[in-house]
Design a protein around this ligand. Sequence first.
Ligand SMILES: NC(=O)C1=CN([C@@H]2O[C@H](COP(=O)(O)OP(=O)(O)OC[C@H]3O[C@@H](n4cnc5c(N)ncnc54)[C@H](OP(=O)(O)O)[C@@H]3O)[C@@H](O)[C@H]2O)C=CC1
Ligand SMILES: O=C(O)C(=O)CO
Length: 312
Amino acid sequence: MDIIFYHPSFNSDYWINALRKAMPQVHVRAWTAGDNAPADYALVWHPPVEMLKGRKLKGVFALGAGVDAILGQLSTNPGMLADDIPLFRLEDTGMGSQMQEYAVSQVLHWFRRFDDYQALKLQSRWQQLEEYEHTDFTVGILGAGVLGSKVAESLLPWGFPVRCWSRSRKSLPGIQSFAGPEELGDFLQGTRVLINLLPNTPETVGLINQSLLNQLAEHSYVMNLARGVHVVEADLLAALESGKVKGAMLDVFSHEPLPADNPLWAHPRVAMTPHIAAFTRPTEAIEFISHTISKLERGETVSGRVDRVRGY
Ligand SMILES: NC(=O)C1=CN([C@@H]2O[C@H](COP(=O)(O)OP(=O)(O)OC[C@H]3O[C@@H](n4cnc5c(N)ncnc54)[C@H](OP(=O)(O)O)[C@@H]3O)[C@@H](O)[C@H]2O)C=CC1
Ligand SMILES: O=C(O)C(=O)CO
């Protein structure tokens, strides 16, 4: 069996060696331009079209959780991957716990008013503020998939009311589930902290806009951990100006790196990180991929297959 590997920024030698160790019976090679030799599987992130075009593969693995980039490539280059070649993505593989750390630390930061205390500190002011109540700090998570459900679970032990919104109804202990567009309004009403973990699809682009933000609780907080295109930046800035939204924590942006003249950089109530909420962890990712390939080779059912029509 042959596997080809391409990632624009990962250390290919490291990955190839680790893949060979995990699957000693398999020939793994880094794909380079002009390599048209046959392969059974491709492991990719932002692959050049020519890498996949015309290949008769048994499967393609995206080396991340989101498949918006590769599906975007496919929509402009339909011949890049035949419809019958399955596309897989990484499910958790160590990203869940990273998302939990990010979300819990930021929710606690807002809940304990460290943002307000930092602002006071910058004015050299010693002032004790009124405490927030857990009951006024409902956390609502957009997306209750692999990562959203893990984030939801991690917030429960801290005493926050937690709810999630997804396409299908969930049954997660202690978490209120809202499903579909008809229940979005009820989900937003009373949500104080909104965490986004939706995939980037035609239905979710621009979802976090003026209309959605207006439905949140007063002095709410927005955390975007999914994709920049989910948020209409001008609407978020307006909601911050009006005070409807008190603070935002953004990991992802419509244009990455965020251009130097973007007003989000200078906004005092916007915190940001450069798309680091969750990294692909090689050990866990390779375990997932090798396990999935073994099952596919045995004709068994696997999880992680992307529904290309649905978009995630
Ligand atoms: N910032 C970063 O470093 C990283 C960001 N990400 C982003 O996180 C996203 C989520 O990852 P993951 O949890 O693994 O994805 P999943 O596919 O497991 O979960 C997606 C969730 O979104 C819900 N959903 C999708 N479309 C809609 C819709 N139209 N209306 C309502 N709910 C919808 C799904 O509902 P249902 O369950 O009913 O299908 C599901 O609950 C990725 O797509 C990626 O963009 C991922 C890793 C790192
Ligand atoms: O896995 C993903 O989708 C990512 O965004 C990793 O940065």
